[in-house]
Design a protein around this ligand. Sequence first.
Ligand code: FAD
Ligand code: NAP
Length: 310
Amino acid sequence: MLDLAIIGGGPAGLSAGLYATRGGLKNVVMFEKGLPGGQITSSSEIENYPGSAQILSGLDFMAPWSEQCMRFGLKHAMEEVTRISKNKEGTFHIALAGGKSEEAKSVVIATGSAPKRANFEGEAEFFGKGVSTCATCDGFFYKNKEVVALGGGDTALEEALYLSHICSKVYLVHRRDTFRASPSTIEKVKNNPKIELVLNVSIKKAYGDAMGLNGLIVVDKEGNERDIKVPGVFVFVGMNVNNTILKQEDGRFLCEMDDNGNVIVDLNMHTSVKGLFAAGDIRTKAQKQVVCAAGDGATAGIQALEYVNH
Ligand code: FAD
Ligand code: NAP
């Protein structure tokens, strides 16, 4: 029986692991289906983590986090969790992909969020063959070529700036003429000579052949079409919370959720179920920032420690 199972190895899960193990919990396993680090590892840079004045890539920034946790005894199981349910005696059953399972006295859920798809024609067909959601991972394939970045939030604008250092030109395609991104980022994008703003349009379809994507047709509100011939389009249209592991056999969620599918927690990251905590992007009203996820994780780790000890 584990003292604590942490699901997800992003900033929230790693911080929960650090505080729980350093606080004395012995049998703590972090279930992370990939390498630890979370979604920030797909970001080209992070410049707003307090105290970290050097601008690093998301991957370099997160590398020391797991090293630090492992020093205090946190174990990483590279497994995908498929469902968490509560046993009659109050412990938790953690079902893993492949049919295995674990039991734990307490659980911190920190599964974060994942990129949404925009749902234009051809998006699924050319995914991985010209359509991507990660500029750090795939930007290099388009060195000195033209690409499209889709979206109007922080991610789209920041990644358009990143792509402008690699690609010959970036078309920033957005469905409105105002952005959600922070004012300083908008200013940088507007002043970048390699970024062309293509506003008030939606993508009608992506087209290509067996070799991959050849271009996009975008259309404005009057129905005027434009053909943008590019081998790559980066889709940055927001994130979905990863909450499916809380769905029970009867279709209901294990704990109380808000209307957007986020886990409802109190200020101590307690969910409506005793012994179950949630932290980071998955929890209701999250700021969706690394520093906030880390703070939530620390709180959840401390609270899980208290729950198990008492
Ligand atoms: P995540 O980082 O999403 O981590 C969740 C982890 O859980 C993932 O590693 C995932 O593999 C794992 N997981 C999910 N489901 C399962 C399962 N069933 N079984 C096992 N493991 C599972 N924030 C900033 O503060 N500054 C920035 O500059 C910034 N830039 C960003 C740039 C991009 C491109 C993106 C996408 C986000 C950016 N953010 C930034 C937001 C920030 O990354 C998130 O707020 C933060 O990572 C949330 O942390 P988390 O631990 O809650 O979740
Ligand atoms: P977001 O803020 O939700 O923005 C998504 C963008 O995609 C919006 O501009 C939206 O348009 C557009 N969009 C949504 N669905 C679309 C569709 N089907 N087709 C075309 N366009 C579509 O998402 P995000 O930029 O990924 O940011 C997520 C969170 O992480 C935010 O809280 C953000 O602040 C945070 N984040 C922070 C940083 C940072 O602090 N430096 C960096 C990255 C992300 P509308 O505007 O018209 O709705």
